[in-house]
Write a new protein. Structure first.
Length: 286
């Protein structure tokens, strides 16, 4: 993590948003969409307990004409002049203007550069954590931001991301503390990805999908791939599960399969680090 007060000016000079080799900084690897539950019963009922915390709602907001117009002390500014709803596009809340694009780019075509006149939205809000929360991995998740953005937590740079149609996750465990925490986000309307995220669409900007915190045990499943097939005779089913775990030593992974009525039809336990879980069974027995 980089301290924002000494690095903010450098970030604007580096201009990650028009450097094709950089699409993210401190961003966690992409993975299958996962939800965390603290029990099988909660998973079956889709009850996320307190591990999932929404940060949607009213955020403080300020719009600048370009990223170079944002004050160097911006991540530490605790009060902005306006309020904006998240999720939402700022053009639909009285800031800037929407642009419809058909076959022509709405800006000069000089890839990978984008215009210096690049509206930049600065967002801010706070969230609270308890001492107990700090015993877990704390992820900050943005489900969609258009088009590129930087994130600071308690004055430390937590990451950068672009690719506005994908989720971006950051592990902020090392920069949070018990009590009140401050979150600051700087969103740029245009980046080099805008040359691809274009064509026959409205050009809108901002944090347009939900933002939330996800608390996970330090030892947790980080990715999962499940493949369900039938044999050549269509008489036996084959279920394979490939599980990627983080901070897991000498533990077992459990797989339980339930039918549409909620009845358990398969249960398997296997040590981490062994071959794929591979369960076979007659289809008619399921």
């Amino acid at each position: 993590m980089l301290p924002s007060d000494s690095e903010f000016g450098q970030l604007t000079k580096l201009a990650f948003w028009q450097t094709p080799a950089i699409t993210g900084l401190y961003r966690l690897p992409a993975h299958s969409p996962l939800h965390s539950y603290r029990s099988a019963e909660n998973a079956l009922k889709c009850i996320t307990d307190d591990c999932h915390r929404s940060l949607d709602g009213a955020w403080s907001f300020e719009l600048y004409a370009s990223p170079t117009d944002v004050p160097y002390e911006w991540p530490a500014i605790d009060k902005l002049n306006s309020v904006i709803e998240v999720p939402g596009n700022w053009q639909l809340q009285g800031f800037d203007r929407p642009v419809y694009t058909n076959v022509k780019y709405p800006f000069p075509v000089t890839p990978p550069r984008v215009p210096d006149d690049n509206p930049t939205g600065c967002y801010r809000r706070s969230f609270d954590l308890s001492e107990r929360d700090l015993s877990e991995q704390i992820r900050l998740i943005f489900d969609g931001v258009d088009s590129a953005f930087f994130v600071w937590v308690n004055g430390c740079l937590a990451g950068y991301s672009q690719d506005s149609r994908l989720c971006a996750e950051f592990d902020i465990s090392s920069v949070v503390h018990a009590g009140r925490n401050e979150l600051a986000v700087m969103v740029l309307r245009l980046c080099d990805g805008s040359y691809l995220e274009d064509q026959d669409m409205w050009n809108l900007s901002g944090i347009y999908r939900s933002v939330h915190l996800l608390l996970k045990p330090v030892a947790h499943i980080s990715d999962l791939r499940v493949t369900a097939t039938l044999d050549d005779n269509y008489s036996e089913g084959v279920l394979q599960a490939e599980v990627l775990c983080s901070q897991c030593l000498d533990v077992q992974v459990g797989l339980d399969l339930f039918d549409a009525q909620g009845l358990k039809v398969l249960s398997h336990r296997q040590q981490i680090g062994t071959a794929l879980i591979d369960e076979r069974g007659r289809y008619k027995d399921r």
